[in-house]
Design a protein around this ligand. Structure first.
Ligand SMILES: Nc1ncnc2c1ncn2[C@@H]1O[C@H](COP(=O)(O)OP(=O)(O)OP(=O)(O)O)[C@@H](O)[C@H]1O
Ligand SMILES: [Mg+2]
Ligand SMILES: [Zn+2]
Length: 294
């Protein structure tokens, strides 16, 4: 009697497409994408403790979703890089400024090492930036741009901007017809993974607004743990003078924040623009000209 009932039950289950020997384990479903059987797992209800079988997402589907997420992340990253480059100063040949195209001239070694070190340890250095100063034309912008290019290749968003340009663009936002708002530029300057501040202190005197811009960016980036690489024509003498700290504010707050967050390097190389022009004028190579002068 019992046997009969069990057999009837089994037949009934089979007719419903269920396998009676499997404790309710369902037939696999094929994935519509790859055609393979989707995995089946037995899970426990979190409250009742009752176990039941479920069809899981196919691994191909999970992979697709993960790829989509990664793509989305890359897209956000690329957009950020684009945004920063749009705010950057016009530098037609910025891509040609690489470490490879930089000749190892006397006096540039420490600058080159500092920039390369800052690139290689970019993440670990956090808000630790660079302050590269020295004579005009001796490779400060070239080297920092080379480092910035390297980081852009690695997916970092880099703003490369001259001080003059930065002030001009921020001032232009006072005109209500301007398409860029003050906050757009300011936020970009604070959000960029790296800001390269070219020609720092190039203005002889700073007005109240300009001092304010500098403080906001320096302070904002310090709080966000993000570095600034400065290049500047300040001389060794100016750099070590007492007066320099008061150029930015009357308490020296901004200057000491900058210095505290920077590895400072004096680039002692001579003016490459001059060497190039002189070599050309004399009909000799730059190397020959330089060897003659050392
Ligand atoms: N060691 C070098 N090898 C090759 N090119 C160089 C080197 N140093 C400088 N140059 C080139 O000389 C020009 C001036 O260099 P750069 O703009 O880097 O100078 P700078 O130190 O930033 O000058 P400034 O203080 O006036 O801004 C650029 O075209 C740069 O590519
Ligand atoms: Mg420069
Ligand atoms: Zn699949």
């Amino acid at each position: 009697m019992m046997d009969n009932l069990a057999r009837t039950m089994e037949r009934k289950m089979e007719s419903w497409g269920l396998d009676p020997s499997s404790n309710g384990k369902p037939e696999p479903i094929q994935c519509k994408k790859c055609g393979k059987d989707k995995p089946i797992a037995e899970i426990k209800h979190p409250i009742t403790g009752k176990k039941r079988w479920v069809h899981c997402a196919c691994p191909c589907e999970i992979e697709r979703l993960e790829n989509e997420k990664e793509e989305q992340k890359q897209k956000v990253k690329r957009n950020k890089i684009e945004k920063m480059l749009k705010i950057s100063s016009e530098m037609k040949n910025i891509q040609s400024l690489t470490f490879d195209s930089f000749e190892g001239r006397k006096g540039t070694e420490r600058t080159k090492n500092a920039v390369m070190g800052a690139v290689n340890n970019f993440k670990d250095r956090q808000q630790k930036g660079l302050f590269i100063f020295g004579e005009t034309g001796n490779g400060k912008s070239h080297l920092t741009a080379a480092g910035g290019n390297e980081l852009i290749k690695q997916g970092y968003a880099v703003i490369f901007i001259t001080e003059q340009d930065l002030f001009k663009r921020l001032d232009a936002t006072k005109n209500f017809k301007n398409e860029e708002s003050f906050h757009e530029i300011m936020n970009a300057c604070i959000e960029a993974d790296l800001m390269i501040w070219d020609d720092f202190l190039s203005s002889q005197t700073l007005n109240k607004d300009e001092r304010n811009y500098i403080f906001q960016i320096v302070n904002g980036r310090e709080r966000a743990n993000k570095p600034i690489w400065f290049t500047s024509n300040v001389t060794e003498r100016e750099f070590s003078s007492d007066g320099i700290q008061y150029k930015l504010d009357d308490k020296g707050r901004t200057w000491w924040r900058i210095i505290g967050n920077s590895d400072c390097v004096l680039n002692t190389a001579s003016n490459h623009r001059k060497a190039k022009a002189m070599a050309q004028a004399l009909g000799i190579s730059i190397d020959e000209y330089e060897n003659r002068n050392y």
